[in-house]
Design a protein around this ligand. Structure first.
Ligand SMILES: [Ca+2]
Ligand SMILES: [Ca+2]
Ligand SMILES: [Ca+2]
Length: 141
């Protein structure tokens, strides 16, 4: 569910925009909204302050990359963006104050799918949880 606060200065988004919601992109304690416009390379961050927002365009990304998650992967209290390419490559954008700071890439087989993001080992850095369609399934007992 996407909660969309409306304010007098709100800007309408194109109907083609798809949204993800995330927490604390700028370490200000306010959740922000990340939009990816369908069919274009445009990605936009709405940095929220209550019901008002500041729009920050992010670098263009080809349409064969998709946002598959948001999490704090380096434990700096700023949410980062997890991308997946159609060829299986995964990219993490480490963000700083709403802007791309560093990008890291790693290869993962196309049979793996990202299920979610969370700190699975309690070290303060979010991890990526995935599954594969080709792994052997446990047999019923
Ligand atoms: Ca924020
Ligand atoms: Ca971070
Ligand atoms: Ca972790």
């Amino acid at each position: 569910m996407l909660v969309w606060p409306i304010a007098a200065n709100s800007r309408p988004m194109p109907r083609s925009a798809s949204g993800l919601f995330s927490a604390g992109h700028c370490a200000d304690g306010n959740s922000d909204i990340l939009f990816r416009q369908r069919g274009t390379s445009a990605t936009l961050l709405w940095e929220m302050d209550g019901a008002t927002s500041t729009s920050i365009p992010l670098p263009g990304v080809p349409t064969d990359w998709r946002v598959v998650g948001v999490g704090d992967f380096n434990n700096d209290d700023t949410s980062d963006i997890l991308w997946r390419h159609d060829n299986g490559t995964v990219a993490i954008w480490l963000m700083n104050n709403g802007h791309l700071q560093t990008a890291g890439f790693f290869g993962v087989g196309n049979d793996w799918h990202v299920i979610g993001v969370g700190d699975l080992n309690g070290d303060g850095r979010d991890d990526i949880f995935g599954t594969t369609t080709t792994a052997p399934r446990p047999s019923p007992k």
